[in-house]
Design a protein around this ligand. Structure first.
Ligand SMILES: [Zn+2]
Length: 227
């Protein structure tokens, strides 16, 4: 395998096979999830990927590695990547758009949702609805990546300082209440609750806070569209 000093960005086509995604073959080779190790695995138009190909991503996402069994021996590849999925809101692409009406039937919408939902989506921590970009917005000045980078680096420093002082970011009483109410109302799995708490912790760290407050937890909940 080629060694690189920059973080990988892999964007496999939606016709990818299971072996192409997680590795395999008669002479086993690493798949996309391993080639994206310590980088980004980006699946565009995720609804077009075969369900079986998406399903095999679940284990590497949990474990950060892929284990393949071949003729009685097993091979393990590293697979710790950031998974980013993009999908249209509906088959015609205009559901919820402010510029055009969606023309999909309710049957089409239901079958499209079924394809996107399920165990893989349950493992996606941040789910954000984006409207179509208008022509004039292409030229508007969004926050530059360097600024975002500075904010992330500050959060890293903050975390390192907390670690050095052996401090742990605890949840406030209010945050605990928000989470337990959400668990009850949306019947959240233990996995979902853990992930929401983790996102809330990141939000708290980015804000320079020493504890997870109720509004950090509430914001984390808004990133689960599948609730
Ligand atoms: Zn539509």
């Amino acid at each position: 395998m080629r060694l690189s000093r920059s973080r990988p960005f892999r964007s496999p086509h939606h016709s990818s096979t299971v072996a192409g995604m997680i590795g395999g073959g008669a002479n086993p080779e690493p798949g996309e999830v391993t080639l994206a190790h310590h980088g980004v695995l980006f699946l565009d138009e995720v609804g077009e990927f075969r369900r079986t190909v998406l399903d095999v991503l679940r284990q590497p996402l949990e474990d950060g590695r892929v284990s393949l069994v071949r003729y009685g021996y097993s091979i393990t590849y590293p697979a710790r990547c950031q998974l980013i999925l993009a999908a249209n809101p509906c088959p015609c692409g205009f559901l919820g758009s402010s510029s055009k009406d969606c023309l999909c039937t309710s049957g089409e919408l239901a079958s499209y949702r079924r394809r996107l939902s399920g165990p893989l989506l349950d493992r996606i921590d941040l789910q954000v609805w984006m409207d179509r970009i208008q022509a004039h917005e292409y030229h508007s000045s969004a926050e530059p990546s360097m600024k975002v980078r500075e904010r992330v680096m500050r959060a890293w420093e903050h975390l390192k300082a907390l670690d050095a002082d052996q401090e742990v970011i605890e949840e406030s009483r209010g945050a605990k209440d928000v989470l337990s109410r959400a668990v009850e109302k949306f019947q959240l799995s233990a996995r979902a609750a853990v992930r929401i708490r983790r996102v809330a912790r990141t939000i708290a760290v980015l804000a320079g806070s020493k504890e997870i407050e109720a509004h950090h937890l509430a914001e984390a909940l808004t990133y689960r569209l599948s609730l």
